[in-house]
Write a new protein. Structure first.
Length: 261
């Protein structure tokens, strides 16, 4: 009987979480800017096309093109910033109009509310990187820079999925910060600081910032040539770095939401 009650409680929690996620996507249909931001996935593939077209290159190593188009500035700067802004947008209206009071009355679990937002960020991040992968293939194969090979395309898709998942976890501190503030200026400014700190701190240590740790994980097998690291690759340490930041973010979000009446 106790086991059945526990299972029923867990199932209700999962059902509530899924309902919250569905509600979040229904609300996003009215936010055209969110879908417009997905166009940022074309930035680096397009500039890679311009770069190689300028030198009239052909027969390029696929990984060399992928490094510039998908494994370089996209996971370091573009995607973290886009996700940071996305996190702020997800939280802004509800914080601005004090809609959380209505949610607590329903009642809705405060951490369920937070994790539903995170799941939406995770899905959005994966979609962004899948678009980036498709754009990378189009801008490399169609002009003839790279010969189409299923193996290289599979490698690109695999790494892009990893980047999408890991970057969503890397921006959880921004989501937690956005959950604690009613305004949007401070969280957006902190997003810029957070992203650029992760970019510049890589030369010092790759295991102090989640964004820096992502590059270690995606280059773990040594297949991405040209990614220079200041330290030896240590995937468990990189994962531990992301875990610590996320654990602290969850605690901060729990404390912040508990104070919201």
């Amino acid at each position: 009987m106790i086991l059945w009650r526990t299972i029923s409680k867990e199932l209700r929690g999962v059902r509530e979480l899924l309902n919250l996620v569905q509600t979040e996507f229904l609300k996003l249909r009215r936010k055209k800017m969110i879908w417009f931001m997905l166009l940022a996935a074309f930035i680096m593939p397009f500039f890679s096309f311009i770069y190689y077209n300028y030198f009239e290159a052909n027969g390029i190593d696929p990984v060399a093109f992928y490094k510039l188009a998908a494994f370089g500035y996209t996971p370091f700067i573009i995607l973290p910033f886009v996700l940071g802004v996305f996190c702020v947008v997800l939280m802004h209206d509800e914080n601005r109009y004090d809609m959380l009071k209505q949610l607590w009355i329903v009642p809705v679990s405060k951490m369920g509310y937070f994790f539903s937002k995170f799941i939406v960020v995770l899905i959005y991040s994966i979609v962004f990187m899948l678009i980036s992968a498709v754009a990378t293939v189009l801008f490399s194969v169609l002009p003839g820079f790279v010969a189409f090979e299923w193996q290289s395309v599979g490698f690109l898709a695999e790494r892009c999925l990893e980047i999408g998942v890991l970057t969503a976890f890397a921006v959880m501190p921004i989501l937690a910060l956005a959950a604690s503030k009613k305004g949007y200026i401070f969280p957006v400014c902190m997003t810029l600081l957070y992203v650029f700190l992760g970019f510049f701190i890589t030369s010092i240590s790759m295991y102090l910032h989640p964004v820096s740790s992502i590059s270690v994980i995606i280059a773990r097998s040594g297949n991405i040539q040209g990614l220079a690291f200041a330290q030896n690759i240590n995937v468990p340490l990189a994962l531990f770095c992301i875990f610590i930041w996320d654990a602290l973010s969850v605690l901060f979000a729990a404390f912040s939401l508990r104070k919201r009446k």
